[in-house]
Design a protein around this ligand. Structure first.
Ligand code: NAD
Length: 502
């Protein structure tokens, strides 16, 4: 660990447990064993506030992936997990959730140090969301059932359906909510009796490796959960065509998701794709403008804009546009830019130097395209990958900053005159992950909800996520759902059974 990172941990009084975890050699978790990479290759883990080295991660080889899939396969085909009584599976998942709760501070610190995010948000959202998701799906283990059917066919039959776990599930996870997104994919799969091979993002694997220690401590049998760290272009790509994998669940960018989907379909794997977004926000004439401006800023700048359903395009009724901009700028200027371990941090550094460059080049493109820069946008010097929250006004829908996913703290805004125009602007995007409406006109709001092409519509809110509600996109934001009872259908096969009766 670099001295600059040690000083950073000292400055914010990071726990001894976190220090112990960060200073021990990191290994992959395969079939209940802790293994180095078969190729002995490692990659640096960089702390985003300081740019300093934290530790090294094993870069998994194709041989490591084979081992992990074989362990998951053995456990699924012949092991005890899917044969456990449902209430026993449920009990083990609750034990895992209890252990995560008991280690929440450590997990939040690890997530903040690895990804850069605010430690307070990591504790309240990422780690709490992980616990809630596991508890929610634990309860489903004992509530899965098929149907009995009365056929109209001549003859006498017993006809019924059975729900059976799909098999070995491969989960490919992005870096913006590393532990929580992994839990979205893993909790439902484990509840129905599947086994799992997880590939965390190469930038943010640490919390998933700490989680694997808790899986072991909870007494979940070997081979049920396997973690292979490594490159997406190698391990992720190999997962998409691996014959031992039955189902792929991918969260990440639309371009990578497209290739994952194509390869998965070639080998007839079941696949769920949770992809990018560019979510519109409509602020109607009657909205409470100060409240809407605060909510829109929180909805786009949370996690420094590295959120798939962030409300990144705000269309505001012309009669209140200038007032909205004033309130928005005033509130945004109060958001504290700070290192992730600062408990009051709201705007944390971006995950990597590459992401900072990428976002900065979009800001430059916005200025060049003629959008009016009304807040932020200045390059930040010094260590760490900080980008100011940035607001553009009077944007046109054909601008790149309006059409493309930036995945940083950048909000584009424009006025509209009629509701029809607002709907057209909102739907003019290849993405369809989420949308938001700010208004108290119930009739108008209800008439707008069906017109918006988005998997989630928030009203006077943004990014309210709960394990009981499904999450997933329309259009190029993907297909299939995570969370809610809907997710279970993507992890189970339905078997039709016909029995001739005397
Ligand atoms: P990414 O697509 O670059 O990577 C996602 C994962 O895919 C990583 O684990 C990566 O290693 C792996 N990967 C890379 N190349 C691969 C390949 N050829 N085959 C298989 N796997 C491969 O995305 P990212 O930069 O990590 O995350 C940001 C993106 O994720 C954004 O587009 C964001 O909108 C999206 N996202 C979507 C949701 C959602 O629920 N819809 C949630 C969070 C993030």
């Amino acid at each position: 660990m670099d001295a600059v990172v040690q000083q950073y941990l000292d400055r914010f009084g990071v726990s001894d447990a976190t220090r112990r975890f960060l200073t021990k050699p990191q290994k992959m978790f395969i079939g209940g064993q802790w293994l180095d990479s078969g190729d002995d290759e490692v990659v640096d883990v960089i702390e985003p506030s300081t740019g300093g080295l934290v530790t090294h991660l094993p870069v998994g080889s194709l041989g490591d992936l084979d081992l992990a899939v074989a362990a998951a396969r053995r456990q699924f085909d012949g092991g005890e997990w899917r044969r456990l009584k449902p209430l026993e599976r449920e009990r083990l998942l609750h034990r895992l959730a209890d252990l995560i709760e008991a280690n929440a501070i450590e997990l939040a610190e690890i997530e903040s140090i690895d990804m850069g995010k605010s430690v307070s948000q990591a504790r309240d959202i990422d780690i709490q969301g992980t616990i809630d998701t596991i508890r929610y799906f634990a309860g489903w283990a004992s509530k899965l059932h098929g149907r009995t059917v009365e056929p109209s066919l001549p003859g006498n039959y017993l006809a019924y359906t059975r729900k059976e776990p799909i098999g070995v599930v491969a989960a490919i996870v992005p870096w913006n909510f590393p532990l929580q997104t992994m839990a979205w994919k893993l909790a439902a799969a484990l509840a129905v009796g599947c086994t799992v091979v997880v590939k965390p993002a190469e930038l943010t694997s640490l919390s998933t490796l700490r989680f694997a220690e808790l899986v072991q401590e909870a007494g979940i049998p070997d081979g049920v959960v396997n973690i292979v760290t490594g490159r997406g272009s190698v391990i992720g790509a190999a997962m998409t065509r691996h014959p031992g994998i039955d189902k792929l669940t991918f969260t990440g960018s639309t371009p990578v998701g497209r290739t994952v989907g194509q390869t998965a379909v070639d080998s007839v794997k079941r696949v769920t794709l949770e992809l990018g977004g560019k979510s519109p926000v409509l602020v109607l004439e009657d909205a409470d403008i100060p409240a809407a401006a605060r909510a829109v800023a929180n909805g786009v700048f949370f996690n420094s804009g590295q959120v798939c359903d962030a409300g990144t395009r705000a269309y505001v009724h012309r009669s209140v546009y200038e007032q909205f901009l004033q309130e928005l700028v005033a509130y945004t200027s109060t958001l504290k830019i700070a290192p992730g371990l600062d408990p009051d941090c709201f705007i944390s550094p971006l995950v990597s130097a590459k992401q900072k460059d990428n976002v900065s080049s979009y800001i430059a493109a916005g200025v060049q395209e003629g959008a009016e820069l009304v807040y932020g946008g200045r390059p930040q010097d010094g260590p760490g990958y900080f980008v100011e929250p940035t607001i553009f006004a009077h944007c046109r829908n054909d601008m790149r900053i309006v059409q493309e996913e930036i995945f940083g703290p950048v909000l584009v805004t424009a006025p509209f005159d009629t509701i029809e125009e607002a709907v057209t602007l909102a739907n003019d995007s290849p993405f369809g992950l989420a949308a938001a409406i700010y208004s108290n006109d119930l009739g108008l709001v209800h008439s707008l909800i069906p017109q918006l092409h988005a998997g989630t519509v928030y009203v006077n809110a943004h990014s309210t996520i709960d394990p009981a509600m499904p999450f997933g996109g329309f259009k190029e934001s993907g297909f299939g759902k995570d969370l809610g009872p809907e997710q279970l259908d993507y992890l189970m096969e339905t078997k039709a059974v016909w029995i001739t009766l005397p």
